[in-house]
Design a protein around this ligand. Structure first.
Ligand code: NAP
Length: 251
């Protein structure tokens, strides 16, 4: 599908990967709204990049843990663009808690992770479903993690939220067919992001050395896969891992 003239909402567009997705969609001819929570300046930079590509850009503050504000966000997007073709559920929150330290994973942290990383994407999909179905060529792309495919990542809550987001992708692909495709990108370590930079260099080097390509991928690699999913006409319910190729993860 030619993406020229389409419109998108990228959640977490103030983040490293969300910003790259916004830029890649704009380069493909898409008008892009981005959401942010506290990083207004970084969201403004993503919008400026979209506008520099000759597309309309808008930043919307949204804490997607607040279910009531999701409807208002949808209304703001539709007022700004008049339509929505693409929803990219990229925003997420995490905190490092060793898997073995079960007591440190409190119910408050569990709720914050699951509300942000799982319930938020569902509520956004639900809010935009009538609009996405209306065009019969709607697209939802969820950003999960390899931590949702095998136990790993920053915490049990994060890994569980991403596993559930992958299954939500499958369920929504059924629910939203035939007018809307729903797919998922599962990144491994994404070089150059603040999330990855918080890890010890030894961990990053370990990931690079296991990847058959000798690198684990960049924010631009994730963004390119999002654009590929948006262009695809006959692909839905799929998860593509972007991690440089880990032999243990190949099925
Ligand atoms: N970086 C990696 O190595 C890596 C690996 C695997 C998967 N991923 C996934 O890729 C996606 C993007 O990651 P990233 O590295 O770009 O992370 P990031 O730079 O930390 O960005 C996270 C984004 O999520 C937003 N956010 C956080 N809490 C939110 C909430 N309650 N409501 C709405 N938005 C919220 C943040 O907004 P503010 O900044 O405005 O607060 C920010 O825009 C995430 O889904 C992450 O799990 C990343």
């Amino acid at each position: 599908m030619d993406l020229g003239g389409k419109t998108a909402l990228v959640t977490g567009g103030s983040g490293d990967i969300g910003g790259a997705i916004a830029r890649a969609l704009a380069a493909a001819g898409v008008d892009v709204a981005v959401t942010y929570v506290g990083s207004a300046q970084r969201a403004a930079e993503s919008v400026a990049a979209v506008q520099a590509a000759g597309r309309r850009g808008v930043a919307i503050q949204l804490d997607q843990r607040d279910a009531a504000s999701i409807g208002a966000c949808a209304a703001t997007v539709l007022k700004a663009f008049g339509r929505l073709d693409i929803l990219v559920n990229n925003a997420a929150w995490n905190i490092g808690i060793p898997f073995g330290d079960l007591d440190a994973l409190t119910s408050d942290i569990w709720d914050r992770v699951l509300e942000t990383n799982l319930r938020g994407p569902f509520l956004l999909a639900r809010a935009f479903a009538p609009e996405l179905r209306r065009h019969k060529t709607g697209r939802i792309v969820n950003i999960a993690s390899v931590a949702g495919l095998s136990p790993g990542g920053s915490s049990i809550a994060y890994a569980s939220s991403k596993a559930a987001l992958i299954h939500l992708t499958h369920c929504l692909a059924v629910a939203m067919a035939p007018g809307v495709t729903v797919n998922c990108v599962a990144p491994g370590l994404v070089e150059g992001t603040r999330m990855a930079d918080r890890l010890p260099e030894a961990v990053r080097q370990g990931a690079r050395s296991q990847a058959v390509l000798g690198r684990t991928g960049s924010a631009e690699d994730i963004a390119a896969q999002v654009v590929t999913f948006c262009r695809a006409e006959s692909v839905t319910g799929q998860v593509v891992v972007v991690d440089g190729g880990m032999p243990v993860g190949m099925r």
